[in-house]
Design a protein. Structure first.
Lengths: 298, 417
């Protein structure tokens, strides 16, 4: 019984961490879709870029993980803005499919650039990966502790930013109805650029969290999580920032808890990702607009 | 009239004498085109780059030897090296390029069973092209359904390895030990883990946790938790170094895992040499690819001439040897036709025959061209291909990760399947 409780607590913790990464990265992807009508398949590579920028600051420049995270967020935000200004904005209006395919190409290019520059070998941040904090019910690594700290600060801050600040409200307004927002006096182009920066920054943060939690990472890091990010976006309701926040957490928890042995023996670990997609299909059958989306958005 | 008859008689006599003589260099004219199929980017790159370099060095060595023997009619070419990315779909596309554009006769690779299987089925077998794979799945040589095999496996297959693992774990922890198994969810992981499971249970052991995990999961914490449960006496892991690292760190965090009681498949013998990390005490077994007397010479050649930054690994000898086997078989067949080469692979890798390694390649080539029988001894060992496409020499090295982060062979066992 005690062992089962330990297992459950650990799974909840793991689920919250994975879920938070999905939630934060999903918010950016969702807002980008809502505002620019682009399914950004390069989003996973932004995570990879963020993780490697974190490595540059952490291992290369000897900064601690907090400073490295800030550096990674800034660098990835600039990357996202640059890609928007140099590639995606000039090509705007080519249609959802064409624009999304362009992002596939950008993603491939970014991944291979990381491969070329950083090499294929696995990397680690300069933190003690073998250290463990034993907190009675759960055991967490320094990387997980950092992820939890970031979660506690960033997730509510993100929610507050979107709910209370003029910029956050403008972003949601443009995502909700671009034309209506424009006639209401919102500079949709400027908001669009800010959204790319926000999405990039959150992806960079997700990348560094993901790399710290995994302990070791390589240039495939973002690609491995890309489809889960999109599952989060669709589950939460395309274009809905709050939806992505909730859906990410739900997805992370559902996937981890499904393997709990106290739940009829638990699901085999290899079926976790399948469960995510089954949950998505099931939800969409009954609520096509996702958890928080409006039917007309689709 | 008499003069014409004499000339005709002499011509016929010369022709008959010629026919009864062994092939001479002048009789053989061929160009053997090789292509390399390996993961040159992504996860498999640390091994793939080495695999490619080993093949390139062998082709260079063969070309230099042919030149020194003044055999202008015979040439070997490394036509292209294609990146499979360790992925079946990309592997098929890469193999198509090698076969349809580069027109290679022999493909060296891939060392991923999943890639080899896809490329063999979709490209090599339909186009009658030889493949020398580094993949260890027993299913690979079963793809050979024609009269002569096209898929050759210069390393012992996993159905042997699974039983070897059961034996060495039984020797170390006892036949009735409780062993938890963690294996990646692909053809390699599931096949090998199932062979082990069958052998282990048949020997009287138990497996409290048998966890097949998706190595491409973002995190493997819950998988690690599951593998650590059940109070086992030891563990067996079947994975590649890059992805095993993702499992090993959360395993360490469980506080229940002991690397010194852990065993790994052939791919985990020395992760430090593949850009990853070793776990002191952990053991792994790998088909002996270094028992050939020429192995040190191969290693020296590699370290001297391979591209800077490409690390040496013992299994690269398979790629290296395959080039020479194909060449000698082609010379014996006097053809670069893959089907004809295939008919001679067994002949040049088995007794009877004068044993030669790559260090005596010039003499081996001369003998083959003179119609004499040779037995090519690879850097990997005696090779001894069977007509099924598999090797019959089955020695296994047991590696152990050392406290200083390196890994070394601690013993070698002979295994009779």
């Amino acid at each position: 019984m005690q062992a089962s409780l330990h297992e459950l607590a650990q799974l909840i913790l793991n689920g919250v961490i994975t879920g938070t990464i999905l939630a934060l990265t999903g918010v950016g992807a969702s807002l980008v879709f809502g505002i620019h009508r682009v399914a950004n398949f390069a989003h996973g590579e932004y995570l990879t870029f963020g993780a490697y920028m974190g490595l540059v600051f952490n291992s290369g420049l000897g900064q601690n993980l907090a400073v490295s995270a800030l550096g990674a967020v800034g660098a990835t935000a600039l990357l996202a803005l640059a890609v928007h200004l140099l590639v995606l904005k000039p090509l705007r209006g080519r249609g959802l499919v064409a624009m999304s395919l362009i992002t596939v190409g950008i993603g491939l290019m970014l991944r291979n650039v990381v491969f070329m520059v950083a090499g294929p070998q696995i990397r680690q941040y300069d933190i003690d990966q073998s250290a463990v904090f034993d907190l009675a019910l759960v055991r967490i690594s320094p990387g997980q502790a950092v992820a939890i700290a970031i979660t506690v600060v960033v997730a509510p801050a993100m929610a507050l930013f979107l709910a209370r600040t003029p910029l956050g409200k403008s972003m949601r307004a443009v995502a909700d109805n671009r034309d209506l927002a424009a006639v209401s006096g919102i500079d949709v182009d400027r908001i669009g650029a800010y959204v790319w920066m926000l999405a990039g920054g959150l992806a960079g943060l997700g990348g560094i969290m993901f790399a710290a939690v995994q302990g070791a990472f390589d240039p495939n890091l973002g690609f491995e999580i890309l489809f889960l990010i999109f599952t989060t976006v669709v589950l939460g309701g395309i274009g809905s920032a709050y939806g992505a926040l909730v859906a990410g957490l739900v997805l992370g928890l559902v996937m981890e808890l499904s393997t709990w042995s106290g739940l009829a023996g638990g699901l085999e670990a290899r079926f976790k990702p399948i469960l995510a997609f089954v949950a998505l299909i099931g939800l969409l059958l009954y609520r096509p607009q996702g958890l928080f989306g409006r039917a007309r958005v689709l | 009239m008499w003069k014409s008859f004499s000339v005709l008689f002499a011509s016929i006599l010369v022709a008959m004498l010629g026919a009864s003589q062994p092939a001479s260099a002048a009789d053989v004219s061929l160009t053997l085109k090789y292509g390399v199929l390996a993961g040159l980017t992504g996860d498999p790159a640390p091994s793939g780059q080495g695999w490619n370099e080993a093949a390139r060095l062998a082709v260079d060595q063969a070309a230099a030897t042919l030149k020194s023997l003044n055999l202008p009619g015979i040439s070997v070419v490394l036509a292209d090296s294609q990146d499979s990315q360790g992925n079946a779909q990309a592997g098929v596309e890469a193999a198509q390029k090698l076969v349809q554009i580069d027109r290679v006769n022999v493909i060296i690779g891939d060392f991923y069973s999943s890639v080899t299987s896809a490329a063999a089925t979709a490209v090599a077998i339909p186009n009658n092209v030889l493949m020398f794979t580094g993949g260890t799945s027993p299913a690979l040589t079963k793809l050979n359904t024609g009269p002569t095999p096209l898929i050759w496996q210069p390393v012992a297959a996993d159905d042997v390895q699974g039983r070897v693992l059961a034996k060495i774990i039984a020797d170390a922890l006892g036949k009735s030990a409780k062993i938890n198994v963690g294996a990646r969810n692909d053809a390699y992981g599931t096949n090998l883990s199932n062979v082990f499971k069958e052998a282990w249970l048949a020997g009287g052991g138990t497996i409290p946790k048998f966890v097949i995990y998706n190595h491409q999961q973002p995190t493997l914490d819950s998988e690690a938790q599951e593998v650590a449960q059940g109070d086992p006496d030891g563990w067996l892991f079947i994975d590649f170094c890059q992805t095993f690292e993702k499992l090993a760190l959360p395993l360490t965090r469980t506080g229940k895992w002991d690397p010194a009681k852990s065993f790994g498949s052939d791919t985990l013998n020395d992760c430090a040499s593949r850009g990853s990390k070793n776990y002191p005490g952990m053991r792994a077994t790998i088909a002996n690819a270094s028992s050939g007397t020429s192995f040190p010479a191969f290693r020296a050649l590699f370290e001297q001439k391979a591209k800077p930054g490409v690390k040496f690994q013992a299994f690269l000898a398979e790629s290296f040897d395959s080039v020479f086997v194909a060449l000698l078989a082609a010379l014996e067949a006097k053809s670069s036709d893959p089907l004809k080469i295939s008919e001679h692979v067994v002949s040049v890798t088995n007794d009877p025959g004068t044993p030669y390694s790559f260090e005596q390649l010039d003499q081996a080539i001369k003998d083959v061209l003179d119609g004499k029988k040779v037995h090519f001894i690879g850097a990997t060992g005696p090779i001894q291909f069977a007509p099924t496409g598999r090797v019959t020499a089955t020695a296994y090295d047991i590696w152990q990760h050392k406290p200083d982060g390196t890994s070394a062979v601690v013993s070698t066992i002979k295994f009779q399947p």
